[in-house]
Ligand binder design. Structure first.
Ligand code: ADP
Ligand code: MG
Length: 234
């Protein structure tokens, strides 16, 4: 039977299993979450510190589960004609609110020559959010996060640049290793998810960083997937 299962079937089987497991984990988590809230209401004050830690850890488990689910459902993405700038403009209020809270500024530098691409908008949104959040988490206040698009010779480039702490060579080698994190509240799955999204778009992701000098992630989408070239090439 196993040999009769095609690759796609096997992938969706893993996706289905992941979905039911995460469902089974989320339910007890929701119960713990609810009872924690009740406990705090019954004994306010004395346990606040413990309460905060438990809630943070619950959040962390939640992000791990969500990221893992997105990864495991690594099925063929549904692509649509979509503009990177539309996605960036949609995300901008969310990112700006986050940036305001942290004392960061966001700079948009969008090249109007960038064409529409064949994208999965939901995934690209997740990609940008993950990279932007990492950027913000690496900066103290007065940091600057730049979202840039530009045309390169063979690719349409999406660049997310921060003025944060930078990444050492040793850490760069581990960036895309599942569960590698240097953060107390990290999952170490954000960049793994980014890589899988970029690969589904037949793109490339590169990182350029200097300790103390900020970090720049570049996602290159092949120009062959732009809509105009797509149509004229047909
Ligand atoms: P998480 O953010 O949960 O730690 P990620 O996969 O998103 O997981 O990132 C893995 C690690 O890569 C981070 O813990 C951090 O050490 C490093 N990293 C990623 N992006 C940046 C960045 N822009 N600046 C500095 N370090 C980064
Ligand atoms: Mg992250």
């Amino acid at each position: 039977l196993r040999s009769e299962l095609g690759n796609v079937d096997r992938l969706s089987l893993v996706g289905q299993m992941a979905a039911s497991i995460t469902h089974e984990i989320r339910n007890p988590m929701a119960v713990v979450h609810g009872f924690m809230q009740l406990m705090r209401e019954k004994s306010p004050g004395s346990l606040d510190h413990y309460y905060r830690i438990v809630m943070e850890e619950l959040d962390r488990v939640n992000s791990i589960i969500n990221n893992f689910l997105s990864l495991a459902q690594n099925r063929v993405s549904e692509m649509e004609d979509c503009h990177l700038h539309t996605i960036i403009n949609e995300l901008n209020p969310l990112l700006s609110a986050d940036a305001n809270l942290r004392g960061h500024t966001i700079v948009l530098d969008l090249d109007e020559n960038v064409p529409e691409l064949r994208l999965n908008a939901k995934e690209i949104k997740q990609l940008i959010l993950n990279l932007a959040r990492n950027g913000m988490e690496a900066m103290d206040d007065k940091g600057q996060l730049t979202l840039q698009t530009k045309m390169s010779l063979n690719s349409v480039d999406l660049i997310i640049k921060d003025s944060g702490s930078g990444i050492s060579q040793n850490e760069i080698d581990q960036l895309f290793v599942p569960f590698f994190t240097t953060k107390e509240q990290g999952t170490g799955l954000g960049l793994v998810l980014c890589l899988s999204i970029v690969e589904r778009h037949k793109g490339k992701i590169t990182v350029d960083s200097k300790v103390g000098g900020g970090t720049m992630f570049t996602v290159g989408f092949p120009r062959g997937i732009s809509v105009i070239e797509h149509i004229s090439g047909a």
